[in-house]
Design a protein around this ligand. Structure first.
Ligand code: ZN
Length: 537
């Protein structure tokens, strides 16, 4: 037998419980969700619907309260836009004449979710990185007028920007917001030498067929879009040279400034740009699955600690012939399996935590954290009642790790509960080994962060209990060999003891957060707390 959970006192604190995850259950959830029959669980696909039904059925088995809008389900309507590959055109008109840029060889442009026919023409203004950051005393729009113009901006951000904060400020949607706030009508991004190292233009060509999705808001409009921007493009270095041919500052000078981490000043660019393209639109529906375990405290049960994990993956691989199913065993059948076992463990507790626990299985993560963003904007409990999010995404469960990494832990007082949970499981909490990746901004919890909810997202660390296993090598190999490939399947060498430890640590964190008297708070002066949680409490 495997006891679900024993609520035995092991100390004086309110965290005096021990969790005993059942590895057979984690394994069977994972194997079901990553089966070929589910065809890679693409958002809106039958395979993903089956996965969602499975998750809802498990929630029902544990006696959890349905918290969707249709039982456990929260169906989300999406508009899906696909670019007609033959359609894009881009011409630059100057005193010298007309130059056409070739798609996709010289520039890229994505599908337009708002318009099936997109047309943009206008004059251009170079606006540095296109970022405004008061806290860093940086304003690329300070001395330029872009009203009614197309902004031309450098991709990325100054190297001196702190990584996670910089990832937010330099995101496409933030840059679009700054541009729109200043009256721009279009946005052209150009590559930089730094960007070519991180994500070469050539590598982007593999994604030109990828559709764009947006969730539909209550007015029937795609959310998080900027109707004022009539067109956008991403230019290769070669194309950028053509744009800057007669510019007051040459592209080489601008690149030279970047090499010294200086932020180039903006200026008007000579010439006029004409861009057009066609996109095809369709509508799909795909569910989040939501369930709650009611807390034991008459007051605190109105507050929720959220566990989130995405159930979707990327469906079929288009370029692979034989085994073309992206099973997403690690991404994110593993996190979902751990969340389901966590839900069961909580449901079996004799003494429930004081606060309620909300389990949210989200769709559309692979399309840009869309299901989580929809839920964070349309939560089935008041947003102010969600006191924390603990996110589970792609834990690599193939070796017995001796530490965990907790993205977001340094932004709130949740770090203490993470440290304690790790210590209880006999492992350590390690600092983020990849600060430059800004992983804090790259999974579903970030949608909750943007609504002011303090969040934490754990992954197994790189230290191994087995001296013969190099955790960082295992991790690197997963990324290069299996990540977003059909080989992320159940044939990987899972270590179920690692799965147990991972579930134990996350359950413990959730329990502490749901039982401690004070709700989690952002650290004083924290950028994310200041930016997103101003009006909370
Ligand atoms: Zn993924």
């Amino acid at each position: 037998m495997v006891s679900a959970l024993s609520a035995v006192a092991v100390g004086q604190g309110n965290d005096a419980v021990s969790f005993e995850p059942d590895t057979n259950r984690i394994k069977s959830h994972l194997f079901f969700l990553a089966d070929d029959l589910l065809e890679g669980r693409d958002t809106g696909s039958r395979g993903h619907n089956i996965a969602s039904l499975y998750i809802a059925t498990e929630f029902a088995k544990y006696g959890l309260k349905p918290m969707g809008t249709d039982g456990y389900m929260q169906p989300v309507a999406f508009r899906k836009a696909t670019l007609v590959q033959e359609s894009p055109s881009f011409t630059l008109t100057t005193d010298e004449g007309e130059t056409a840029l070739a798609y996709p060889k010289e520039y890229l442009t994505g599908p337009d979710v708002l318009n099936q026919t997109s047309q943009l023409s206008g004059e251009m203004v170079f606006a540095g990185y296109g970022i405004i950051a008061e806290e860093l005393d940086h304003n690329d729009y300070a001395d330029i007028d872009v009203d009614g113009k197309i902004v031309v901006i450098l991709s990325g951000k100054p190297e001196s920007f702190p990584s996670e904060m910089g990832a937010h400020l330099a995101s496409g949607s933030q840059k679009a917001q700054y541009a729109v706030d200043h009256g721009a009508i279009g946005m052209i991004s150009i590559t930089t030498p730094t960007n070519e190292k991180v994500r070469p233009y050539q590598s982007r060509l593999s994604y030109i067929h990828t559709p764009s999705l947006a969730w539909i808001d209550s007015e029937g409009e795609p959310a998080n879009r900027f109707p004022q921007l009539k067109g956008s493009a991403y230019l290769s270095e070669g194309a950028a040279r053509k744009l800057f041919a007669d510019a007051p500052v040459s592209l080489d000078d601008i690149y030279a400034q970047l090499a010294e981490d200086k932020s180039p000043k903006g200026f008007a660019l000579p010439g006029k740009v004409n861009m057009s393209k066609q996109s095809q639109h369709s509508q799909i529906t795909s569910p989040n699955v939501v369930a709650a375990l009611e807390g034991s405290d008459p007051e605190l049960k109105n507050e929720y600690v959220v566990f989130s994990a995405h159930s979707d993956h990327i469906g079929f691989a288009k370029t692979v012939k034989k085994d073309n199913i992206n099973n997403g065993a690690m991404d994110n059948a593993s996190g979902t399996a751990v969340m389901l076992e966590t839900a069961r463990l909580f449901s079996q507790m004799e003494q429930k935590p004081k606060r309620s626990i909300l389990f949210v299985s989200v769709t559309g993560e692979e399309k840009g954290l869309l299901g989580a963003d929809y839920f964070a904007h349309n939560p089935t409990v008041p947003v102010s009642s969600m006191v924390a999010d603990v996110n589970l995404d792609m834990p690599i469960l193939t070796y017995e790790f001796a530490d965990v990494i907790a993205f977001g832990a340094s932004h709130s007082d949740m770090k203490a509960s993470v440290e304690q949970a790790a210590a209880n499981a006999g492992i350590e909490l390690s600092p983020d080994p990849w600060p430059e990746q800004a992983l804090f901004t790259r999974s579903d919890h970030y949608a909750f962060v943007k609504q002011g909810v303090p969040s934490v997202f754990l992954v197994p660390g790189l230290k191994s209990k087995d001296p013969n296993v190099d955790g960082s090598k295992v991790f690197g190999e997963f990324l290069s060999t299996n990540y977003h490939k059909p080989s992320d399947d159940v044939n990987q060498k899972f270590n179920w003891d690692a799965a147990r430890t991972f579930a134990e640590v996350n359950a413990q964190i959730g329990y502490t957060l749901a039982t401690q008297q004070q709700k989690p708070t952002w650290n004083k002066g924290d950028f994310f707390g200041e930016t997103f949680a101003k009006d909370r409490q």
